[in-house]
Design a protein around this ligand. Sequence first.
Ligand code: UD1
Ligand code: CA
Length: 486
Amino acid sequence: MSANRPAAVVVLAAGEGTRMKSATPKVLHSICGRSLVGHVVAAARELDPEHLVVVVGHAREQVTAHLAEIDPGVRTAVQHEQNGTGHAVRMALEELAASGAGPVEGTVVVLCGDTPLLTAETLRRLTDAHTADGNAVTVLTAVVPDATGYGRIVREGADGAVTAIVEHKDATEEQRAITEINSGVFAFDGRLLADALGKVRTDNSQGEEYLTDVLGILRAAGHRVGAAVAGDHREILGINNRVQLAEARRLLNERLLHEAMLSGVTVVDPATTWVDVTVTFEPDTVVHPGSQLQGATHVATNAEVGPNCTLKDTSVGAGARVSNTVADGAQVGEGSSVGPFAYLRPGTKLGLKTKAGTFVEMKNADVGEGTKVPHLSYVGDATIGEYTNIGAATVFVNYDGVAKHATTIGSHCRTGADNMFVAPVTVGDGAYTAAGSVITKDVPPGSLAVARGQQRNIEGWVARKRPGSAAAQAALATREEPEGGQ
Ligand code: UD1
Ligand code: CA
């Protein structure tokens, strides 16, 4: 356990986020496979705080339910009216005190729920500086190209000590020229914070309790106020609208791909490759352009995915090749080949060295080692053994209009093209089926099943029924071919 383990992390997420123009609460919008508040909670978790409290208000039922799902250890504090960031933190501390945790002693970190790019590393630098300098409060600041809208960091004296944070709306022209801004992230001494929050007033342009006023209050009381400057100002980007949402997604994706590339993944075109935070790679893998890897997708060594794959919760085995494919909840075995143009749905399990080829759809299908389904087929609710070949244009007829049924095909089978396996049905090991068969009855091992109409040729039908037609002449010409002709 780190000596700098915070007593509590408080995440502010009660605001409405009107500029998103959305029925979904702002902090529940997601980037790279995680909600905005989920990113913040994940970074906070890495600090291993004793208490992790999220202040909820707007759409609190939805936000609370989401939090319970992603991190059951999170507590929520309700802020019924959004009376400002200071008021929100007060609600969190009161909730902790009321729940029996008592007044919070030690470091309290405050974050906003809409800053998904913030890293645990930066938070740790903040708490380390806070502890090392013995501060009552340490604010995370950043120097930004455009400070409009942000609270400005006012520094005074020879040592440039932070004396106050002035909100944009309350700032003078001179203060507005300051480019160092308040990120909204702080480390506080818990006891001093609670005292100071009781003294925050609302005589500002928004009539709110500003958390930022705590700095001036603590300083006036003779306590140390410090600042830590973020190395990369983009990390503190707050999301207020969907333009910023896209920007944050691009930045986070860039960061994730950067890490992947440094760990041995060839990303051919980072600009068109999109990954979730939960995606994992082994070294020596290749991702071709236009690919989206989502959820718990894993790509094992020497595998290649893309171009144009969307893989969700899918594992790609070592040396496998997956191209132009959509897969959800599928397992692709080592050395297998999938696509181009395959659709693997949940429950698809491809064994070693299998093939799911072009225009092949699979669902809830267990496909054994070395088995191939090369072309134009639907395989649903099926178990297929090893080293079997499924003919082109085969349909596993799994649905009778009421219920789904299963098909079992053995090992070393050769099924003909254009077969229908009408489930429930079983084809034994080593069996063959004829092309064009509709298999409705079980096929014993080693048999050939033929289930199609007998062919009948009606001689001279065209000459009689379509006399003088091009077809009739073409047929006639075959009879008049001179001796020795080709
Ligand atoms: C705040 C800071 C500003 C800083 C900026 C960084 C204050 C007074 N201002 O301004 O110095 O530069 O963040 O992005 O702190 N919230 C609540 N309850 C409330 C009000 C806000 O939970 O009553 C939450 C919001 O949901 C949001 C966060 O606090 O997650 C920040 O609130 P917001 O209104 O966006 O503050 P800013 O005006 O951006
Ligand atoms: Ca904001």
